[in-house]
Write a protein that binds this ligand. Structure first.
Ligand SMILES: [Zn+2]
Ligand SMILES: [Zn+2]
Length: 275
């Protein structure tokens, strides 16, 4: 079986902990055939002047990332399909959207992961996003932002980690369930299908109450609506998590009826059998 892990990070991202060489060595060791790096392009963070633990988040050195990753891609030909991608942090501000369009034109990443990280003026990954908000309000605000992100004007391939706001949520029951948010989730899933995008299954779930996000109930609904394109992402930021829980995700996908994983590569969508 060809193994894939399409959304990972290295120290080119501010929060990455292993170098690009170390991450690639781990991918080869774990028998990954298609390995994607999707470094953070956080123009949403820049606009909101967000910091983490009082520290400003340094921007990615775009030039250094693409030139090093492209060199490794050429070097590894025949050994590993390395995909040089980008994770765009969605924002509805036109200047931010324009910056993403320019970056895409300048560097032509092999694929783009479209992600909602910021919502209601903050990064909804952090526990304080829940402060003073009901779960219903906090999750709906996030999900409507995801819905809006599907109309982003830049080209993107993958809709990332639906349920991101639950990763560190402080609610007694943090799990994002289809039944609790079925209207907006249906709109999101239908729009992913109509737009021909790939729904990501992300195994970095922290304390979301699910082993991966989105969980099986949402994946089953996507399948029921006709969605067939899914990708696997460990979202690893260090070598220990490369391909983490891949077998679990593959088993869940097969059980839900999916027969292949989709790998985006410069506009082409490869179907890798889930056998
Ligand atoms: Zn992300
Ligand atoms: Zn990521």
């Amino acid at each position: 079986m060809l193994r894939t892990d399409i959304h990972t990070h290295t120290t080119f991202s501010a929060d990455g902990r292993s170098s690009i060489d170390e991450m690639i060595a781990a991918a080869i060791e774990k028998n990954i055939a298609y390995y994607g790096i999707a470094e953070h392009f956080n123009y949403d963070y820049d606009r909101l002047h967000l910091s983490i633990d009082g520290q400003e988040v340094p921007p990615i050195d775009e030039e250094a990332y693409f030139s090093r990753a492209r060199a490794l891609q050429r070097q590894l030909k025949g050994k590993l399909h390395l995909l040089v991608g980008a994770e765009f942090g969605y924002d509805n501000e036109s200047s931010v959207l324009q910056r993403y369009i320019c970056t895409q034109e300048k560097y032509s990443p092999d694929f783009v992961v479209n992600s909602v990280h910021t919502c209601l003026g903050m990064d909804c990954y952090f526990p304080h996003y829940c402060n003073g908000k009901s779960k219903e309000y906090a999750y709906n605000a996030y999900l409507y932002r995801v819905l809006e992100s599907l109309d982003a004007p830049y080209r993107y391939d993958i809709v990332a980690h639906i349920g991101y706001c639950s990763r560190n949520a402080t609610y007694a029951d943090p799990k994002l369930r289809y039944e609790d948010f079925s209207d907006v989730l249906d709109e999101i899933l239908k729009r992913i299908i109509v737009r021909g995008k790939i729904l990501e299954v992300n195994s970095s779930a922290k304390t979301a109450g699910s082993p991966f996000i989105p969980d099986t109930d949402i994946l089953e609904r996507y399948f029921e609506l006709g969605g067939r394109m899914v990708s696997f992402a460990s979202d690893a930021h260090d070598i220990s998590r490369v391909a983490d829980k891949r077998d679990l995700v593959v088993a869940a996908l097969k059980k839900a009826g999916f027969t292949y994983i989709t790998v985006p590569d410069r506009g082409k969508y490869l179907q890798i059998p889930l056998d």
